[in-house]
Design a protein around this ligand. Sequence first.
Ligand code: ZN
Length: 460
Amino acid sequence: MKFKILLSVLLINLVLVSSVSAAELPYTYEQLSSDIIAVSQLANVETFSIGQSEYGREIYAIKIGKGELSTIIIGTAHAREWINSALIMDMAKLYADVYNNYGYEGNYYVRDVLDKCSIVFIPMQNPDGAALQEQGLSAFTPEQQEEIKKIGCDHKFKQWKANAKGVDLNHQYNAGWEQVRNNQPYPSYHNHKGYAPEQASEVKATVEYIRSKPDSIKALISYHSSGNVIYWTSLNPDIDRDARFAQKIRNATGYFLINNDWIPNAGLSPWFRKEIGGMALTIETGTFNGENEVRYSDWPKIWNQNKMVGLITASEVYQNWFNSEERQIKIDELSGNINQYKQEIHDIDKALDDIRHLKQINGDNELTIIIDNKIIELNNPLIAKNGLSYISCKDLSKLIEINETPSRSRTYSNEIFENGQIYIPIRQMADTYEIQWANDSKTVLLYSKLQTDETSSEED
Ligand SMILES: [Zn+2]
């Protein structure tokens, strides 16, 4: 039974999702929908919808990582900027793949980064607008087509920025909305801020999602096109923190930083800084191309310049949290809980959960070992390295002494030397134990084989 579950988990991990190539552009809502189904099959990936567009398309989201802290990466508020939907989707696919393979991307151990700060990817905030820009009126029902025609911009579908009701989603937030300049007084293909903030259903869904998790979402990347620049100021509650972050993203992408304090634009990033108090950047990808979509030939460069942005952001969020007072309060609280559990060990799951959080917020990469449902206190930390986890020989001897393992009956290969100790891979204990990983991926669960056999024969 257990074997079957393990096998199916392995198979799920093997599902491959292909990345977007320039030849597959434009990236459409239909392509996004099928990609969402594909990534939802992957282990450790959660897909959902934060709401619907004015004409009923889903605003999809993908969450990766177990971190309680969180960051949002969102794109295609503007219809003609759908290349960022491809970018965000490919970023999600890459991170999911590396996460599931216990791998590194650049200098980041992806599992560690995302288990400290998860990422919620929202690839296409304006799916109606993207459909109109890419496919024209044929993407809509006859009744919807009549409504769209009333906007009076039928010659502007390729330049379209607004949603399909003619509201510019990035002038819709409650941050300088009254002062938006160059406003089109009526629905238009661009620059109509609407008749009130948060009027458009796409904006409503976004702010409601963010407001529903006010304490956990600490950063936001709002992808736009074009110009290869980063807008980073206006309404910043902590300018030093934000400058540090902006500089890191500037270094990774090579894009110029632009100060936009002087433009009240009621955009998502200024709103996020003002209402949520988090870090937010607006990144404009691709060579400047006026009122047109980004040139497809820019795609490989856009991908290479931006593929690390999510990991850099998540890592920065965690660093900020690591240096915060909030963290010390949390550490004290969790340590208190754990001491209490030690005195009255009944709720082992809760205790493990708290140990995991405590390790996370301490920046501790150690693994926990649990043998037959008992936490084992070791002298040396377990080590995760090269896709394997290791236990020191000293601790192995200790387990032998307390009869947690019958004997060291064989010689072990693949030993490593760390912290002045010899370590051996835990998987070499497989002849004595069935080895599993807890959901947190930082806890090794060992079950004595004898005991497992008895249990399974009872079940049969
Ligand atoms: Zn834009």
